[in-house]
Design a protein around this ligand. Structure first.
Ligand code: THU
Length: 141
């Protein structure tokens, strides 16, 4: 699946966003090693801290269905009726980056950001979460 196709999935996921408070609607599309896509959106809450980001929604959906191996995630986020500047990407928050770190190889997992359907940038997880702490740090000899 190309980055452009995965971004399209993320825009579809964004349509389901529940964001009545911030009105900042985020969609994510998580690609498994077997080529399956799990969509996620942000789900806000009147008790703001209970909000779940789009990326974690996608990860928790996938992991709860038995998936453990992932190759990429596409993320799009913006308010409705706003045309973002070309460099205005919705980058994943720190908590979502750490959730990615639990399941993904920092050197190869791709984080695909789009400010518009045809304006896409790709990073590795390591680039967005350097010197990270992960499951391997807890392996006992
Ligand atoms: N949000 C995400 O869904 N993903 C991120 O990585 C950043 C923030 C959501 C949470 C909240 O619903 C809204 O964007 C504004 O913070």
């Amino acid at each position: 699946m190309t980055n452009e196709e995965l971004v399209k999935e993320a825009y579809e996921a964004r349509k389901m966003s529940y964001a009545p408070y911030s009105e900042f609607k985020v969609g994510a599309a998580l690609l498994t090693k077997n080529g399956k896509v799990y969509r996620g959106c942000n789900v806000e809450n009147a008790s703001y801290g209970a909000t779940n980001c789009a990326e974690r929604t996608a990860f928790f959906k996938a992991v709860s269905e038995g998936e453990r191996e992932f190759t990429a995630i596409a993320i799009v986020g913006q308010k409705d009726d706003v045309t973002p500047d070309l460099e205005e990407y919705a980058a994943p928050c720190g908590i979502c980056r750490q959730v990615m770190r639990e399941f993904c190889d920092p050197k190869t997992f791709r984080i695909v950001l789009a400010s518009r359907p045809d304006h896409i940038r790709e990073f590795t997880l390591e680039e967005l979460l350097p010197l990270s702490f992960g499951p391997d740090n807890l392996i006992k000899e």
